[in-house]
Write a new protein. Structure first.
Length: 181
C-alpha cells in the first residue's frame, strides 16, 4: 500500500519543468522561508494590543513563545535523527531501481521524515499558542510532506509517522511548558 501511494504521488514528477520546480521548491526551500515567517510573526505579533506600560513583560512573553515553538521543533528534528540512526530504511530512489528523484537527499535514513517531524511540531506548537497561524502552518506542513513524496525522497509512511511523532512532541512540550509556568 505504501509503495502504491508513493508511486501515485510520485507520478506528478517529471511531467513539466514548472511542476518539477514547484515540487522541489515546496520540498526544500519553502520550509526555510516559512521558518523565517514564523520567527517574524512571533516576534512582532501583538494580538492588536501593545501595552507601552509593560514592554519588557510583553517582550519576555514573546521570547517564551519563540523559545517554545523553536525548541519543540528543533527537538523533534534531533529526535528524528536519533531514530534514523537505529532504523535502516532506504529512500524511494534507492528502493526502486529505475526511479529518478527530482533531487537526491540522504540514503538509508528515510524513516521517519525529519522534515515532517520538524514542521508538524512547529505547526502544532504554533497552533497551541496562536490558532489561526497554527492552522495555516498545519497546511504548510502538509504541503512540504506531500512535496517530499512527490520529489521521490520519502515514502508516505515516513511522512505520516513524522507528522504523528512531531505532533506528539509538540503536545508533550506544551504539557511540560504549561507545568513550568
Amino acid at each position: 500500500m505504501n509503495d502504491i501511494i508513493f508511486l501515485k504521488i510520485f507520478s506528478l514528477a517529471h511531467q513539466s519543468t514548472f511542476l518539477d520546480w514547484l515540487i522541489v521548491f515546496s520540498a526544500d526551500i519553502f520550509g526555510y522561508i516559512m521558518i523565517i515567517v514564523v520567527f517574524i510573526y512571533l516576534l512582532f505579533h501583538t494580538d492588536g494590543v501593545f501595552d507601552y506600560h509593560t514592554p519588557f513583560l510583553q517582550w519576555r512573553n514573546k521570547f517564551k513563545e519563540i523559545f517554545f515553538v523553536f525548541f519543540t521543533s528543533v527537538f523533534a528534528w534531533g529526535l528524528a535523527g536519533i531514530i534514523k540512526s537505529f532504523i535502516f530504511s532506504p529512500r524511494p530512489f534507492l528502493y526502486f531501481e529505475n526511479l529518478k528523484p527530482l533531487f537526491v537527499h540522504g540514503g538509508f535514513d528515510s524513516f521517519p521524515s525529519g522534515h515532517a517531524m520538524f514542521f508538524s511540531a512547529l505547526a502544532m506548537s504554533l497552533y497551541f499558542i496562536h490558532k489561526r497561524i497554527g492552522l495555516i502552518f498545519i497546511f504548510v506542513a502538509l504541503i512540504i510532506g506531500f512535496a517530499r513524496i512527490a520529489s521521490g525522497v520519502h515514502f508516505p509512511i515516513d511522512i505520516f509517522t513524522g507528522y504523528i511523532l512531531g505532533s506528539l512532541i509538540a503536545l508533550i512540550s506544551k504539557l511540560i511548558f504549561r507545568k513550568n509556568k
